[in-house]
Design a protein around this ligand. Structure first.
Ligand code: UDP
Length: 466
C-alpha cells in the first residue's frame, strides 16, 4: 500500500501553526506523510521564516513548504482589522496553493485551518478531499456554526445587547458580551466575513477538533444531531485531542523551574496570559496586592502594560511597575518571570496548585492535561466564550468577576486564589481536574475515544481516495 500524503494548511500566526504541528505528529504516528504549507507573506501576522526553521529543526519528519503570496495592494490593507486582512492574504494565496498541490505526486487530504475557507475552492477544483482542523473548544464550534442561522434574525448586534443571555444548542447560556469580539457588530465586515467562513465549513468532508468527547459531550451531541446547523447536513466530527504543543528545553532550563522544584507540592499559583495578554499598570498593581494578601506562593508572568510598550521583547521594569516593596516582600514566596515562562513545563511541576489563565484554548488544554484547576480571566478574541465552556460546562475553573470591567480589584484576585487553594470548592475542582486529566490521557490511548475518532477519519480518507 502506498503511503498517504496529507497537506496541512494553517492560517497566519504562530498560534495557528503550532496546533497544526501537533496534528502533523498524529499523522506521522499513523505513518502518513505530512506537508505543512505555510503562507509566506509580508503581512505582520505571517509566521517568520526563522520561526518555521525552528519548528522544522525540531520536527525533521514534517515537511514545511512556503507558499509565496503577492502582497495585497489595496489602500489601507495594513490598517484593516485582522480578520479582514488575514482573509484577504489567504484568498491571495489560493493560486500558490493550487500550483503547490498540483506539483505534488499525490494528495490524499487537505486539512484547513478554520480561517482558510477560501481554499475549499482549490480543493474542489483539484478534487482533493478537504477537512477542517478546529483548534478551539467544540463549544465554540457549536456556537460559530449556528451563528449564520441565528444572527440574521437576532434582535440586534451583540454589542447593543451586552447583558442579553443568548441560547445556542449544546452550550450553556452565554451573555452577548461574552461572544467573540469579531462578531460583536453584526453589520461589520469582520462579522460578515466570519459568518461566511463558518457557513462554508459545512462544505468540508469532516472536521477534526482538538478536544475530547467526554469534555464536551453536550456540544458534540448537538452538533452531530444537526441542532446547530438546521436544514443542513453536518460533516462528520472527529474529536482527536487533547493535543498540546510541547516545545522542550530550547535555550536551557528557565530559572523559574529551579525555583518551582524547591516549593512544596500544590503550593504555587501560576499566572500566565497567553502570547499576547497584557494589563494596565493599575491592573498589575491590583494583581500584586491580591496575590500578596492571599499569602500563597506564586509564579507570575509579567509584561509591560500597553501604555508603556507594545514591544514584548522589552523587559518590564518590575520595581517601578509593581507596588513599592512588593518584590522585596515576596522574594521568597514569589517568582516574577519577565514576559514569558515555559508554560507547559511549569504546569507539569508538582508545585503548581492553581492556574490563572486568559482562557486561550491551548492554555486550557495544557491546564487539563496537567490536572491543574483554573481561575479564568478572559482577555481577547474568543476567550470569553471559552471561559463560559470552561466554567459552566466543563467545570474546570472559576471565573474572576469583573473581567469585563476596566479593573479587577485586588480583593477579587485574593478571593479566587483563596477559593481554589484553600476551600472545599477548590478541592472538588482539583478532583474534577484529576479526573479530566485521566480521561484525556485515556482518550489518546489505543482504543480511547480520540484514537477511535482518528481511525474513523482515516477510514473516511481511505474511502475518498480518488
Ligand atoms: N505560552 C508560554 N509561555 C508564556 C505564555 C504563553 O509557553 O509565557 C504558550 C502556552 O503554553 C500556549 C501558548 O503560548 O501553548 C498560548 O496559546 P493560547 O491558545 O493559550 O493563547 P494565545 O496566545 O493564542 O492567546
Amino acid at each position: 500500500m502506498t503511503q498517504k500524503t496529507v497537506v496541512l494548511y494553517p492560517s497566519l500566526g504562530v498560534g495557528h501553526l503550532n496546533p497544526m504541528v501537533e496534528l502533523a505528529k498524529v499523522f506521522l504516528r499513523r505513518c502518513l506523510a505530512v506537508v505543512i504549507a505555510v503562507v509566506d507573506s509580508p503581512d505582520k501576522d505571517a509566521v517568520s521564516a526563522d520561526a518555521v526553521a525552528r519548528l522544522a529543526a525540531a520536527n525533521p519528519d514534517i515537511a514545511f513548504r512556503f507558499l509565496p503570496v503577492v502582497p495585497p495592494c489595496g489602500a489601507g490593507h495594513h490598517d484593516s482589522l485582522p480578520v479582514i486582512r488575514i482573509t484577504e492574504v489567504l484568498r491571495l494565496a489560493n493560486p500558490a496553493l493550487r500550483d503547490f498541490l498540483r506539483a505534488l505526486p499525490a494528495v490524499d487530504a487537505l486539512v484547513l485551518d478554520m480561517f482558510c475557507t477560501d481554499a475549499l475552492d482549490v480543493a474542489a477544483e483539484l478534487a482533493v478531499p478537504a477537512y477542517f482542523f478546529f483548534a478551539s473548544p467544540l463549544g465554540d464550534l457549536a456556537i460559530m456554526l449556528h451563528l449564520p442561522f441565528y444572527y440574521p434574525t437576532a434582535a440586534s448586534s451583540f454589542k447593543d445587547m451586552p447583558e442579553t443571555v443568548l441560547r445556542f444548542p449544546g452550550v450553556p447560556p452565554i451573555r452577548a458580551l461574552d461572544m467573540v469580539t469579531s462578531v460583536q457588530d453584526r453589520d461589520s465586515d469582520t462579522s460578515r466575513a466570519r459568518q461566511r467562513q463558518c457557513a462554508r465549513m459545512l462544505e468540508a468532508r469532516g472536521i477534526l477538533v482538538n478536544s475530547f468527547d467526554w469534555l464536551e459531550a453536550r456540544a458534540l451531541e448537538a452538533l452531530r444531531c444537526g441542532l446547530c446547523t438546521p436544514g443542513h447536513s453536518m460533516p462528520p466530527l472527529h474529536c482527536i485531542g487533547p493535543l498540546v504543543h510541547f516545545i522542550g528545553n530550547m535555550g536551557g532550563r528557565h530559572a523559574c523551574l529551579e525555583w518551582l522544584d524547591a516549593q512544596p507540592e500544590r503550593s504555587v499559583v501560576f499566572l500566565s496570559f497567553g502570547s499576547l495578554g497584557v494589563f494596565s499598570a493599575a491592573q498589575l498593581r491590583e494583581i500584586a496586592r491580591g496575590l500578596e494578601n492571599a499569602g500563597h506562593r506564586f509564579l507570575w508572568v509579567v509584561r509591560n502594560p500597553p501604555e508603556h510598550q507594545n514591544d514584548h521583547s522589552i523587559e518590564p521594569d518590575l520595581e517601578s511597575l509593581l507596588p513599592e516593596g512588593f518584590m522585596e516582600r515576596t522574594r521568597e514566596s514569589g517568582f516574577v518571570a519577565k514576559n514569558w515562562a515555559p508554560q507547559i513545563e511549569v504546569l507539569r511541576c508538582k508545585a503548581i496548585g492553581a492556574f490563572v489563565t486568559h482562557c486561550g484554548w491551548n492554555s486550557a488544554l495544557e491546564g487539563i492535561v496537567s490536572g491543574v484547576p483554573m481561575i479564568c480571566w478572559p482577555l481577547y478574541a474568543e476567550q470569553r466564550m471559552n471561559k463560559v465552556h470552561m466554567v459552566e460546562e466543563m467545570r474546570i475553573g472559576v471565573v474572576v468577576q469583573g473581567y469585563e470591567d476596566e479593573l479587577v480589584r485586588a480583593e477579587e484576585v485574593e478571593a479566587k486564589v483563596r477559593l481554589v487553594m484553600e476551600s472545599d470548592e477548590g478541592s472538588k475542582l482539583r478532583e474534577r481536574l484529576v479526573m479530566a486529566k485521566e480521561i484525556g490521557e485515556e482518550a489518546l490511548k489505543e482504543s480511547g475515544s480520540s484514537d477511535v475518532a482518528f481511525d474513523e477519519f482515516l477510514r473516511d480518507l481511505e474511502n475518498n481516495r480518488t
